[in-house]
Write a protein that binds this ligand. Sequence first.
Ligand SMILES: NC(=O)c1ccc[n+]([C@@H]2O[C@H](COP(=O)([O-])OP(=O)(O)OC[C@H]3O[C@@H](n4cnc5c(N)ncnc54)[C@H](O)[C@@H]3O)[C@@H](O)[C@H]2O)c1
Length: 254
Amino acid sequence: MNRLEGKVALVTGGASVPGLGSSTAQRFAEEGAIVYVTDRDDAGAETVAGGIRAAGGKAHAMAHDVTSEADWDRVMAAITAAHGGLDVLVNNAGIAVLRMIEDLTSADWALQNRVNLDSVFYGTRRAVLAMRKAGRGGSIINISSVAGLVGVPGCAAYAAAKGGVRLFSKVIAVECAKDRIRCNSVHPGMIATNMQGVALEDNASNYDATLALIPMGIMGEPVDIANMNLFLASDEARYITGAEFVVDGGMFAT
Ligand SMILES: NC(=O)c1ccc[n+]([C@@H]2O[C@H](COP(=O)([O-])OP(=O)(O)OC[C@H]3O[C@@H](n4cnc5c(N)ncnc54)[C@H](O)[C@@H]3O)[C@@H](O)[C@H]2O)c1
């Protein structure tokens, strides 16, 4: 019940239900964290935060476009003013621009990398500065993908961003280890969220083929990623940094 007691956490992209961000925010709050649920969908973020409060947790919602440095400044200023620092950042917000290389435009490439990679830099840099100033360490959890580890057709831009997130996380881990600021990447396989629903709708005939790629034979649930994020956010993971965590029902093992 109290694995995150006393910690202040920011989860980006937390409006989507079912989504990895909303599930993570719920699990964090269940374990005692004060959670900031942010999203460009501010009404959705408020619904998620309100649900957490109704269940007895501590949550706030903020409008936040992760591609906007001004938004990052506003969100971080509000959190640090209220709590003197930030303990956990989950860079979760993302989109999936999935096209084969012949159909991938420069605009697709720029958008994908702006939302899924530039945003992780913006947020991580600000979190590191705030965590160093507060002097109480911290945990930064960057949501990558199995598509950031192996080549998946149709994922050129997505994989470039997610692969970038993976190695960026390791550099931050090394640069910040002495400050007790940990940074790890999480690599979900196929998890049943709104994002995955859209991808499958776009390519419904691939559904069975996709499931066949998963040794467990089922998609993961958002809480499967939320529980990994919870572990990494908690002091149970105090000696873990610069590592990558695959949560995929065995897909990456084949
Ligand atoms: N679902 C999966 O199978 C899966 C697999 C691997 C990685 N991921 C990654 O996990 C993360 C969460 O994915 P999900 O499946 O929950 O997706 P989702 O589409 O259900 O939720 C993503 C959320 O991000 C928000 N968002 C998008 N662009 C934003 C922006 N510019 N600023 C702020 N918020 C923004 C959306 O409004 C939405 O609430 C993403 O980074 C995704 O790439 C998901």
